[in-house]
Design a protein around this ligand. Structure first.
Ligand SMILES: Cc1cc2nc3c(=O)[nH]c(=O)nc-3n(C[C@H](O)[C@H](O)[C@H](O)COP(=O)(O)O)c2cc1C
Length: 266
């Protein structure tokens, strides 16, 4: 059975989060394809979104990075808080290094329960941004191009109603329970041990503006709170390399300039 084709929708609202730019590149490419095919598409940053509103005649899209085989708690939170779908077509896209065990199935279960029609889910491989050992711009560039080509192809399938939101893979609820559990993130905070080196920090405040969950504050000096979920933004973009993981100095990966990730916060 064919899904409702996106080309018949009046518009699309695509809510996304991108820590270091991979997901932004993917959703921007998808939005371009939708627009070229006559479907106006609005991109919304999840971190600037208090509440998702369903516009009449619009389909809904979700885009986010895979984290800990699932995704970040604030992404789960936004999806859990979606209004009732009343038959609204919905699609998702995630970007990842290699493997997401627990996100496609559980996301589908949530949106279905809310009365949306799940019309497509696609996982797109992009360069690793989680404490990479090294960053090879050429190799990463090729990977990004492949990722963007897949995004384009996926967007076209959605327009035609030919995409799929696959079945719930066995075990994925268990996998998803990791990234949905506070205990995982508490454990990771000890493991990753993200710090600010106050000798290097020049109080420029970029990290404060970049943090999607307002976990970094600046009074007399920059201080990190206890809610970090390692989206990698502050680590990737600190101009002085003053934010680091206790696990040792690692390469800093980012796919776009920081100005493209700063929305209303700018
Ligand atoms: C905290 C964290 C956890 C991650 N966990 C996974 C994972 O379980 N599987 C995977 O394939 N990639 C994982 N990654 C890699 C990212 O999903 C991938 O690099 C993604 O494209 C980053 O997107 P962004 O630049 O939009 O933030 C993880 C990255 C971070 C920061």
């Amino acid at each position: 059975m064919q899904n409702p084709p996106l080309k018949d929708m009046e518009s699309i609202d695509l809510y996304f989060f991108s820590g270091t730019g991979n997901t932004l590149l993917v959703v921007e490419r998808m939005a371009e394809v939708f627009e070229v095919n006559g479907v106006p598409t609005r991109l919304h940053r999840m971190e600037d979104t208090d509440e998702v509103r369903l516009e009449p005649g619009a389909a809904l899209g979700l885009g986010f990075p895979v984290a800990e085989q699932g995704t970040f708690p604030f992404v789960w939170d936004l999806v859990n808080r979606l209004p009732m779908g009343k038959g609204t077509p919905i699609f998702m896209v995630d970007t990842m290094l290699a493997y997401s065990g627990g996100v496609v199935g559980p996301m589908k279960a949530i949106v279905k329960k809310k009365g949306y029609i799940p019309i497509g889910a696609r996982e797109i491989t992009m360069p690793n941004n989680l404490f990479p050992r090294n960053v090879d711009p050429e190799k990463n560039g090729r990977k990004m191009e492949r990722g963007r080509a897949k995004a384009e192809e996926y967007a076209k399938r959605l327009l035609e109603g030919k995409a799929k939101w696959g079945r719930v893979p066995g075990g994925s609820d268990i996998m998803a329970s990791f990234s949905r559990s506070d205990r995982t993130w508490t454990f990771l905070r000890r493991l990753y041990d993200v710090h600010i080196d106050h000798e290097l920090c020049v109080n420029c405040g970029l990290c404060v503006r970049l943090c999607p969950i307002d976990n970094i504050k600046m009074d007399d000096r920059v201080e990190m709170g206890d809610k970090c979920v390692f989206c990698m933004r502050c680590l990737a973009y600190c101009p002085k390399g003053a934010i680091y993981s206790g696990k040792g100095k690692k390469a800093r990966y980012h796919a776009v300039e920081e100005s493209r990730l700063l929305g209303k916060r700018e």
